[in-house]
Design a protein around this ligand. Structure first.
Ligand code: GLV
Ligand code: MN
Ligand code: MN
Length: 404
């Protein structure tokens, strides 16, 4: 097979006719189908599969245990996401194993392919949910009460899948099995296209966080409420969004701030709204830069909200500190790939969650449009196959070494 053929197998799963692209969220119909695809891909290359206590799927070449070299990515998407963010890493991992098996090569250590649960955080609001739970970064009790936009809690979603909620949380034994993790991912920018190269490794992930900003006003009648008597949270939110951009434009060069999601209550054409929830995503070169950007942004938002006679509350949904990938592993992977460059990214990844716990690295595959989190995301067939061959070579070197 090829990476292209593997991705073709899931081409119709989770297509979003309304938004375009794919909407595949943890344990929805599409994501469950992708989990079946993961299992059948594993079966085709003779790998056994299991789900860990945190909803992450694992395929094992060899027996699970110490010294494991792991690769993989995620199956879920943002709403209306692209073809490659997540699935490329999974398809390439299976292709890499198939290529190595075709050579008659047998690993000296266990090799694992992992599909981490809810990397995008699009259902329960916590990016890299499965990997954060695995490393013990979030409290399972706090995770269980998180709810999706329909009010379904993570606990009931887990029970519906007949998963044992008592297994949720830190899994030090599994974590200790992993000697290294290498995630292959589509690049989410134009760096490689501009350099004319198919592959790179990741040097770092920008610091980033997500906040839910709730603006409360007074619901009222659109026809009978005089303009000067209104406390309209939509007007406050509109001013707040402009303030978010203003602060980021004035910040350091890596500063990024986005309001990509708004929920208006009650969301009626002839109704002055009573509440607006805005989700704020801020990224920057350091944790302090993000915190400073947040403080400056919230100050301005507070002024916008007060000017409309509204009130405000803010909840931090997640914070992901700056990640610097393991120097030695990253240099080694870059060398195995033929001396590819090392580039930073503003996007979050499960490899970044694992990085403080074990040597982790990433391989990026060129994206001709540079677009991601959108149906416009692309990758050339030839680059995807180059990526899988590169990953195979990386696994061969790393898993070809006896465990000490
Ligand atoms: C995940 O892809 C993120 O960077 O938000
Ligand atoms: Mn993504
Ligand atoms: Mn991703």
């Amino acid at each position: 097979m090829s990476v292209r053929e593997r991705l073709d197998e899931i081409r119709e799963i989770g297509r979003d006719e309304l938004r375009g692209g794919y909407s595949r969220h943890l344990f929805d119909q599409a994501e469950v189908q992708l989990r079946d695809w993961f299992r059948s891909s594993a079966e085709k290359v003779g790998l056994s599969t299991e789900v860990d206590g945190n909803g992450n799927l694992w395929a094992w070449w060899g027996s699970p245990g110490p010294g494991t070299i792991a690769t993989g990515s995620h199956l879920d998407s943002v709403p209306g996401g692209g073809t490659y963010d997540g699935p490329l890493g999974i398809a390439s991992a299976f292709e890499a194993v198939a290529l190595l098996q075709a050579q008659g090569w047998v690993p000296s250590r266990p090799v694992a392919i992992c599909a981490f649960a809810e990397e995008e955080g699009s259902r329960f609001g916590m990016p890299c949910l499965g990997s954060r739970l695995l490393v013990g970064e979030i409290d399972p009790q706090a995770a269980l009460v998180r709810s999706d936009s329909d009010g379904t809690t993570l606990e009931s979603a887990w029970r519906r899948e007949e998963l044992d909620v008592s297994r949720l949380g830190a899994d030090p034994k599994r974590l200790a099995w992993l000697s290294a993790f290498v995630e292959l991912h589509v690049e989410q920018g134009l760096d490689l296209e501009q350099r004319g190269l198919p592959l790179a490794v990741a040097s770092a992930i920008l610091s980033h966080g997500r906040w839910r900003v709730s603006i409360h006003g007074e619901g009222n009648h659109a026809g009978t409420t005089p303009m000067r008597d209104r406390r309209d949270p939509v007007v406050a939110a509109s001013a707040a969004v402009l303030a978010v951009r203003r602060v980021a434009l004035e910040g350091e060069s890596a500063a990024r701030a986005t309001v990509g999601r708004l929920a208006v209550t009650p969301n009626g054409t002839n109704v002055v709204a009573s509440r607006v929830d805005a989700w704020l995503d801020i990224r920057g070169a350091s944790d302090q830069d993000v915190r400073d950007q947040l403080a400056a942004t919230l100050k301005l938002i507070g002024e916008c909200v007060a000017a409309e006679g509204c009130s405000l509350d803010v909840n931090e949904e997640s914070f992901s500190p700056l990640v610097t990938f393991h120097d030695e592993l990253t240099s080694r992977v870059a060398h195995i790939l033929g001396g590819v460059p090392s580039i930073p990214t503003g996007a979050g990844h499960d490899a970044g969650i694992l990085a403080p716990h074990l040597p982790s690295a990433m391989i990026f595959v060129r994206n001709p449009t540079g677009v991601s989190h959108s149906p416009g995301e692309t990758a050339r067939h030839v680059d995807c196959e180059t990526g899988a061959r590169g990953l195979a070579e990386v696994l061969k070197r790393l898993a070809g070494e006896e465990t000490s």
